[in-house]
Write a protein of this length. Sequence first.
Length: 216
Amino acid sequence: MDSAISEDGAGAPAERPPLHDSAANGLKIVIVGGFGVGKTTMVRAVSEIRPLNTEETMTQAGEGIDDPSAVREKTTTTIAFDFGRIGIDHRTVLYLFGAPGQERFWFLWDRLFAGTLGAVVLVDTRRLEDSWYAIDRLEQHGTPFVVARNDFGGPRHTREEIRAALDLDDEVPLIDCDARSRESSRDVLVALVDHVYGLAAAQAERAALRAEPQPQ
């Protein structure tokens, strides 16, 4: 898992580590959220291979379509998706897809969701409303997800306030993270995998209870 990736996500591995011969589970994860919440940064920070990015410089052609006003320092935007890979253990590999945040690229999301184990919804608490669409689409698809609050140094909100603002079910994990940090981003992905397997175990337990013969 060690590589030359720096904490700010700017570094990159000198070479691509090969997959372990014992790797048997390839799981697809999608990272979604509004424009400028840190999706590309998270993929860059956590990927153990040099990530594939489809960022392009924002130009005057996007005026009236894109709205970068909320993230004034951002000069690029993802136009397709970001892709990276991280090994959780010797048998499990996560393939990461960072979805584009601009509204005009949302039509790509449904295809990215196909075959997905689960999703990470990155949120910027200064712009919580930008996360509503992502959560709505995931719920419509029935895709398990966790919500990761990316630290932009803005005003702090309690977990209860964020859950209420996003109308989150109690079972949806809410995690604090720094998308620039490899360790923090990896913790988010591990939390997602644990959440998905927890849901599967609970579903299997309910199915087993329903299958038990009822007393006469």
